[in-house]
Every structure is written in structure tokens, then in C-alpha cells.
Write a protein that binds this ligand. Structure first.
Ligand code: DAH
Length: 343
């Protein structure tokens, strides 16, 4: 019996010495087991009456040592936990990802606008920009929309006041600024934001972006326009893309056309994107009206030109199958992050 009780006490001593904790909850378990009111050392004290008289003193020392060791071990374990916690705060975590902060991505409209500009830059077009707040002359009158002309209704906009100042409805206004300030020949494209008084919906917004194109020189013809746009369509939507021009009307071009491309989604078999026609409209274009050249001091007897204008949102929506224009302006990172890999 005595031997057995000695063994039991020694095992417990070893258990306390070897005890490890990983967190505060485990430390608390240790405290309850060895230092709490119902601790497991206390019953060993009462066993003293079952020890042979000769060894009672030795046993008493052993259980006292048990109690003391438990107290010391508790302090050690507690110290270990707090130093581990401070260590964590003080030392940098070298295993963390290098890009712990989320890095933003380029906006899909910037990406598409840049793709468009890059294609035209490769065939000698320069980039020109103009103000978003325009006067009536550059946005309408010089482009052959006289005051009260019904064509102005197609582009209702926001007027700053009763005056001549308005938010531009198209980047065609930059054509005028370029022609006023330089001598032909010039080939230029003008990207930028435009505004219209539109009800916001999945298909329309009161702000969007356009890229305007203008080429003025001697003997510029419709064939040049078609070839330039054919090159653009193939670069932008893939080799093998077909184009077609449909007659249309714009005050600043004569003749005027809308350009469609063959539907790259269904390969002209008919789908929702092309509304089962096999063609999708992507831009307006035409030969610059001689009146517009003359309004800008360019001799229309000597020079001719072509122009075109396309909506960046429309092209981005087609290319990346975005079904709601509002997504471009909401800045929801879940949407924007999907373009992270587009370069
Ligand atoms: N400015 C026109 C619009 O916003 C687009 C356009 C059509 C521009 C024909 C042009 C053009 O230069 O020739 O609807």
C-alpha cells in the first residue's frame, strides 16, 4: 500500500513538471486540476494515514513538494503564454503574403479605351483631348447643328445655366478644337467622358465615354474610312471580323453611316447579343461635312476628311459580355477585380 501511494504521488509530480499549455483555456484547466478547491493533489494529503509510520515524514514532504511544484509550474506556463503573445506582436510574420494589402486594378473602361487608342496609334493617329464642359459652338453649332435644329434633340444634355455652356454630349466637339488649331493633314483620336440627359437604366447612363476619330487631308475618301475601320474591327474583335456600313444621318457628316461588325459571339449564327441578326452596331461614321471644315477655317475645296465616333461602354459590354452599364460606375470591387488579368 505504502509503495503504491508513493508511486501515485511521484507520477503526479512528473505529470505536473511535464504539463504544457497552448492557450489561456488550457492554463485554466491546469489551475483547476492542481490548484483549485477540488484539485487532485488534496486527496493525496489524506492518504498519509495509510502510510507506514516510518515513512510518513517522507511522504508528507513529497506531497508538499507536489503542491509547491504545481504553483511554480502554473507561473511558468502563464509566463510562457504572455511572452508568446508579445513575441507575436513584436516580430513581423515573415510567412505573410507579400501583397497583404489588396492592390487595385485598372478600370475596365480605361483598359478598353486604351486598347482602342493603341490600335489607332499604330496607324499614325495622335491623341487629342478637349474640355468636358463645352460651349454651344463646339458641341453643336460648328458641327452643323444650327440653333433650333431638330438634330439637337438626339443629344439632350445638361446646361450649366441659360448661357451657352453645357456638358458635352459627344467627343465630336474635340474635332472642332483640333481643326481650329492646326493645319491639315491630321489624323487624331479623342477619347473622353460625355454626358446626356438620359434616364439611367441597364442600357443607358447620363455619363459615358466615347472615342472620336478624325482624318483630314487631300483626297481622303470613303475607301480610306472603310479600310481604317476594317483594320480597327479586326484588331479589336479578332481577325476575320467582317464590317458593314448602313446609311444613317449625322449633321456633321455627309455621307453618314453606322458601322456593324459580324457577331463574334455566335459567329453570325444568331444569338441574344446580335438579336439574331448576326451583326452588332458599334459606331457612327461618315465623310466630314464641307460646312464643318469651312466653320473651322479649312478649305473644303482642297481638303476632305472622314470621322467616326464610338462608345467605350458599348464596346466593353460587347467584348466582356457585361449586361448592365451601371456596373461601370458603381465601383464594386467584385466587378472590377474580374478585369485584373486584362492587360
Ligand atoms: N457624335 C456621334 C454621337 O455621339 C457619334 C459620331 C457619329 C461621331 C458619326 C462621328 C461621326 O465623328 O462621323 O452619336
Amino acid at each position: 500500500m505504502t509503495e503504491q501511494l508513493f508511486k501515485q504521488a511521484k507520477d503526479k509530480l512528473q505529470e505536473i513538471k511535464d504539463y504544457l499549455v497552448a492557450n489561456n483555456a488550457e492554463l485554466e484547466q491546469f489551475r483547476i486540476a492542481f490548484l483549485g478547491t477540488k484539485n487532485t493533489i488534496r486527496p493525496l494529503f489524506s492518504e498519509i494515514r495509510n502510510i507506514d509510520n516510518a515513512r510518513k515524514k517522507e511522504y508528507g514532504q513529497l506531497v508538499n513538494e507536489l503542491k509547491q511544484t504545481a504553483e511554480e509550474r502554473f507561473e511558468q506556463l502563464k509566463g510562457g503564454l504572455t511572452s508568446a503573445a508579445t513575441e507575436h506582436v513584436e516580430k513581423p510574420d515573415l510567412t505573410r503574403s507579400v501583397n497583404a494589402n489588396n492592390i487595385g486594378t485598372r478600370h475596365p473602361l480605361s483598359l478598353v479605351q486604351e486598347q482602342i487608342c493603341d490600335i489607332f496609334k499604330r496607324i499614325g493617329f495622335t491623341i487629342s483631348e478637349g474640355p468636358q464642359i463645352e460651349n454651344d459652338f463646339h458641341n453643336f453649332t460648328a458641327l452643323n447643328f444650327p440653333p433650333h435644329h431638330p438634330a439637337r434633340d438626339m443629344q439632350d444634355t445638361f446646361f450649366i445655366s441659360e448661357s451657352e455652356i453645357a456638358l458635352r454630349t459627344h467627343t465630336s466637339s474635340v474635332q472642332i478644337r483640333v481643326m481650329e488649331n492646326s493645319e491639315p493633314p491630321f489624323r487624331t483620336i479623342s477619347p473622353g467622358r460625355v454626358f446626356r440627359n438620359e434616364t439611367i437604366s441597364a442600357r443607358a447612363h447620363c455619363q459615358f465615354h466615347q472615342v472620336e476619330g478624325l482624318y483630314v487631308d487631300k483626297n481622303v475618301s470613303l475607301a480610306d474610312l472603310k479600310q481604317t475601320l476594317f483594320f480597327f474591327a479586326n484588331e479589336m474583335f479578332g481577325q476575320g471580323t467582317k464590317i458593314r456600313l448602313r446609311p444613317s444621318y449625322f449633321p456633321f457628316t455627309e455621307i453618314s453611316a453606322e458601322m456593324d461588325i459580324s457577331c463574334f459571339v455566335c459567329d453570325q449564327k444568331g444569338c441574344n447579343i446580335c438579336k439574331k441578326t448576326g451583326w452588332v452596331e458599334i459606331l457612327g461614321c461618315g465623310m466630314v461635312d464641307p460646312n464643318v471644315l469651312n466653320n473651322c477655317g479649312i478649305d473644303s475645296e482642297k481638303y476632305t476628311g472622314f470621322a467616326f465616333g464610338m462608345g467605350v461602354e458599348r464596346i466593353a459590354m460587347l467584348k466582356y459580355k457585361v449586361n448592365d452599364i451601371r456596373l461601370f460606375f458603381e465601383n464594386d470591387v467584385r466587378f472590377l477585380q474580374q478585369f485584373a488579368s486584362v492587360v
